[in-house]
Write a protein that binds this ligand. Structure first.
Ligand code: GAP
Length: 561
């Protein structure tokens, strides 16, 4: 594989390929788009469907201890009071007093680093030091600064800002770091205002942060009033908690057991960014896995097993408490990511420090992926105690206790929650799959091959079927026969347009792992030995082999299970 390209360059190419090949489109593009919303095109829709099916299969169908749920997106608004979302599901946000843009506080510095004015100012700091010349700043303020950051104090009032900066440096109050440097440049009257935080977009003054609730609101019924206010769910998890009793009563599941759900979630993100990574509408794949409280495990088995060593703890045991169940789910989820083509070295595990956990949470491990724009969260696996069921029991007034026959006792189960984002995972798969390599064509010319190296399990198209020539009826009808043979079991794309090399390249870009070509040998024109055989081309190696048509389904399916 070629060296990975520089991050921004690589990301631009990925975004452009996504549009060109129909993986991801900007929502409502012909109307100028709508920020934070995305559509999946023909290839993206297949990729997404494959990923969701693989999650569903591994989390529910292949297990005896997990069932599924498909709940409504709009639920009783009291649910979001009970869950804490109305009170606390909020991000601190500032507004620019000049350009009025909104900035999520924790995004301020990453956004600053992307801005041309910040990058151009950074070039004035002497390499390897934190020193700068006030003369350079003045020149910048009177030149480039006017276009790039017109509302920055340094640009509006260069002499005053530079003179107070010089005084502070004289007194030994140098900017501590790069972030600090920009606070100095945004502040002209420190005594009156304290430090000003500059707007990443125009350099203007940002307001003090205030909390902004991320839930999207709507109304149900014909007239919008406060009485029929509802929220588009910000996570799928809560429906599982509020249907806990119905699931226990209808499915005869016994703790420990889980409920999985895949579905849309909505968050009114202040700064949607990094392509689909942070969107306002997205999909989650969540499992709530209910377990016995540790006291019950102890009563039943004598003692709770201790967490030892690293790695997967093996098959679940009756003496597992929350720690082992948590570890089990972290490792199961890592295994799953590997099984769909994200090798361990592309992932990282991050244990949230105790001080940053929600008050009810006992632990949370995030699975991160190394995106071109930084290492970021794909999934969080949290041990949430019995907080959610307890809250819903209190707020609804309905018992959510579970009667455990093994100890003849009622309790509220605890929960381990692996919560993944479909869209982020798709982006990770796309970023990981994207590759460019230099190849030499039949005429000896060098060209760049763009290839999406998806794992066959997730690839939008499993196999391309190509008659060598479009105008030879025997080839076409044989190719259609092969297409129809494979189609019931996998995604097949039939293509008879253009030179065969070009058709291969198109499928390389779509990430199709296999290509089947029907040629004159197939139809027996060169003798009976090769009749009913085809060329099977492997996307990654570009190697070709001769395979009997009758062998194709078995051969290809063996790569998908
Ligand atoms: N029920 C727990 C929960 O919702 P979360 O960490 O807020 O936890 C879980 O979200 C996953 O949902 C994240 O790891 C991420 O993959 C995905 N996700 C969250 N916000 C998102 C957004 N704005 N855009 C895309 N995916 C998002």
């Amino acid at each position: 594989m070629n060296d990975r390209k520089a991050a921004p360059d690589r990301m631009e190419k990925i975004v452009s390929l996504c549009k060109r090949r129909g993986f991801i489109f900007q929502s409502s593009e012909i109307y100028g788009g709508i920020n934070g919303f995305w559509d999946y095109g023909p290839l993206g829709a297949e990729l997404k469907r494959n990923v969701k099916e693989l999650w569903w299969k591994s989390m529910t169908k292949m297990r005896d201890d997990v069932v599924g749920l498909e709940a409504s997106i709009i639920m009783h608004p009291a649910i979001w009071k009970a869950s804490g979302h109305v009170e606390t599901f909020a991000d601190p946000m500032s507004t620019c007093k000049s350009c009025k843009k909104l900035i999520r506080d924790d995004q301020w510095w990453p956004m600053m680093c992307e801005q041309p004015w910040v990058q151009s100012l950074a070039g004035l700091v002497e390499p390897g030091t934190d020193s700068f010349q006030t003369g350079d700043l003045l020149k910048w303020a009177r030149g480039k600064g006017k276009q790039l950051a017109p509302n920055l104090a340094l640009v509006r009032n260069p002499e005053v800002t530079i003179s107070w900066l010089a005084q502070e440096v004289e007194k030994g109050n140098r900017p501590k770091d790069a972030r600090d440097f920009y606070l100095f440049l945004a502040t002209e009257q420190f005594g009156a205002t304290g430090f000003i935080t500059p707007c990443p977009h125009c350099g203007g003054e940002l307001t003090e942060p205030r909390l902004f609730n991320l839930m999207l609101r709507t109304n149900y019924g014909p007239i919008a009033t406060d009485d029929n206010l509802a929220y588009l769910r910000p996570e799928t998890a809560q429906a599982i908690f509020v249907q806990f009793k119905n699931i226990v009563d209808s499915s005869r599941v016994k703790v420990p057991f889980g409920v999985g759900q895949i579905g849309k979630a909505f968050r009114n993100e202040i700064n949607p960014r990094n392509f689909t990574f942070r969107s306002r509408e997205f999909e989650q794949m969540e499992l709530e896995f209910f377990i016995k409280p540790d006291e019950v495990v102890e009563k039943q088995t004598g003692s709770v097993a201790k967490l030892a060593g690293e790695g997967h703890p093996g098959e679940p045991q009756p003496n597992w408490g929350w720690e082992l169940w948590h570890r089990y789910w972290v490792e199961e989820r890592m295994k799953w990511y590997e099984s769909i083509g994200l090798p361990r070295e592309t992932l990282e595990m991050f244990s949230q420090p105790k001080s940053e956990l929600a008050h009810y949470a006992k632990a949370c491990v995030d699975i991160l992926f190394k995106f071109p724009f930084g290492t970021q969260e794909l999934e969080g696996i949290a041990a949430r105690g019995n907080f959610d069921l307890t809250q819903h029991q209190t707020h609804s007034g309905k018992s959510l206790e579970y009667f455990d026959e093994t100890v003849k006792e009622k309790y509220i189960p605890h929960v381990i929650e692996p919560s993944a984002g479909v869209d982020r995972l798709l982006l990770a798969l796309i970023c990981h799959a994207y590759d460019e390599e230099e190849v030499t064509d039949d005429k000896g010319n060098k060209e760049t091959r763009v290839v999406m190296r998806f794992h066959p399990r997730v690839a939008p198209i499993t196999v391309g079927v190509f008659p060598l020539l479009k105008n030879k009826p025997e080839l076409v009808s044989k190719a259609k026969e092969v297409r129809d043979l494979l189609r019931p079991q996998m995604n097949v794309f039939y293509d008879d347009a253009g030179a065969i090399g070009r058709r291969y390249r198109r499928q390389d870009e779509a990430g199709t792992p296999f290509g089947v070509t029907i040629d004159f040998d197939t139809i027996g024109e060169n003798g009976p030995e090769l009749a009913e055989t085809v060329t099977l081309r492997h996307r990654d190696s570009m190697q070709q082999e001769r395979v009997a048509i009758s062998e194709l389904p078995r051969l290809l399916l063996s790569r998908l299970v």
